[in-house]
Design a protein around this ligand. Structure first.
Ligand code: NAD
Length: 349
């Protein structure tokens, strides 16, 4: 298994393979870039079928965090960690504590947080061994989802503006009515949008129909609905060679992570004339709402931070037009420019 020549290796500063015999911990911590500050990124636990799969995931996700944090204008770098194991059987306090000790060993260059299959309660266990943890669920203000929903709403607003469409009366398809999607639907409804919704959870769908007068469609069909906006708020990789030719919306902007199955899917969207507001630009509310080291923030202060997404979305969409490149490429370029300190256009304004 190669690291330095791996296809997802992108000049990562540190890739640490962590093993603790007593607890059975096997984890990889990747620090992609700390030029802007300590590398913040969640810790996920999955029963990866191979170490190679875990390495691919952590290299890709840590780079994504560098880009997301940079574009959000945060003084933070990008990192990520993966614990290899089945969360239902293997996640023990001893294993989480051992992981915490490895995080501590990086002396604050990596800050961990909850992610897939890790919870605020797990973060509290990890924090027994390290100070470098966020999202510990100390109270209701620690919930990132309302901030993510507000940021996604701002992204949709900017995208509609670029298309010359008003929010009032816009037809928006929300796929996934979970912590982010339901809150986003409420905001869109309050702003006058007409909603089409879907979820595999029938109860959530019934709630959206009752509260917002939304039209419900079957899971797996939302991307085909003729609409102004398609807002994926469930799973990643929903934009791919199969779904893009079927897309019924003029624009895609949603909270789901990693919406493009491959970078070529961003090119496909552009070729189809669909405006794509890149996921990590519009869903940065979660990370924007996390207090920086030494800070305490109320929910109102966290929500206020999400307003930066109006400017970053606008900057990315403008740059795409200016350079005649797809919007996902524009987002990456802007993030790379910020990381290299070349064009601090966001921070300087
Ligand atoms: P969640 O688990 O609360 O909600 C996801 C919803 O999607 C659930 O209601 C689930 O039933 C539904 N769903 C699952 N499969 C579906 C399918 N095939 N079709 C339709 N609906 C389906 O998660 P969340 O916190 O609301 O996050 C939603 C997305 O946004 C995820 O991709 C997450 O990674 C991303 N995200 C969330 C945050 C945050 O602050 N919570 C921040 C950034 C990104």
């Amino acid at each position: 298994m190669q690291v330095f020549t791996h296809s997802e290796f992108d000049g990562h500063e540190t890739v640490a393979f962590c093993h603790d015999k007593a607890s059975g911990l096997r984890a990889i911590i990747a620090i992609h870039d700390t030029r802007l500050g300590p590398a913040l990124g969640g810790c996920r636990m999955l029963p990866y079928t191979s170490e190679a799969e875990a390495l691919t995931d952590v290299l890709r996700l840590s780079r994504g965090m560098s880009y997301k944090n940079a574009l959000a204008g945060l003084p933070l770098g990008g990192g990520k960690s993966v614990i290899i194991g089945d969360p239902r059987q293997d996640k023990t306090p001893a294993l989480l504590e051992a992981f915490g000790a490895f995080v501590e060993g990086l002396n604050g260059r990596y800050i961990t947080a909850e992610d897939s299959n890790t919870s605020p309660a797990d973060m509290e266990i990890i924090a027994r061994r390290t100070a470098h943890v966020r999202n510990m669920g100390f109270g209701p203000d620690d919930n990132p989802s309302p901030v993510t929903a507000l940021g996604t709403f701002y992204g949709i607003e900017v995208g509609l503006e670029v298309l010359g469409l008003p929010m009032d009366g816009a037809k928006v398809v929300v796929e996934g009515l979970g912590k982010v999607g339901m809150d986003l639907a409420a905001r869109l409804h309050a702003a006058g949008a007409r909603l089409v919704v879907t979820d595999v959870n029938a109860q959530a769908v019934a709630e959206a129909v009752a509260r917002f007068g939304a039209e419900a469609v079957a899971p797996g069909t939302a991307h085909r609905v003729q609409a102004d906006v398609y807002a994926p708020c469930a799973l990643g990789a929903g934009l791919n060679a199969r779904t893009i030719p079927e897309l019924g919306a003029r624009m895609v902007a949603g909270a789901a992570n990693n919406q493009l199955e491959t970078p070529q899917d961003g090119d496909r969207l552009q070729a189809r004339g669909v405006l794509y507001c890149p996921d990590y630009v519009v869903n940065a509310g979660g990370v924007l709402g996390i207090p920086l080291p030494g800070e305490r923030l109320t929910m109102a202060e966290r929500m206020a931070r999400a307003t930066v997404i109006q400017r970053t979305t606008r900057d990315v969409l403008d740059l795409a037009v200016e350079r005649d490149i797809p919007t996902h490429t524009a987002a990456d370029r802007l993030a790379q420019e910020i990381l290299s300190g070349g064009a601090m256009r966001l921070a300087a304004e």
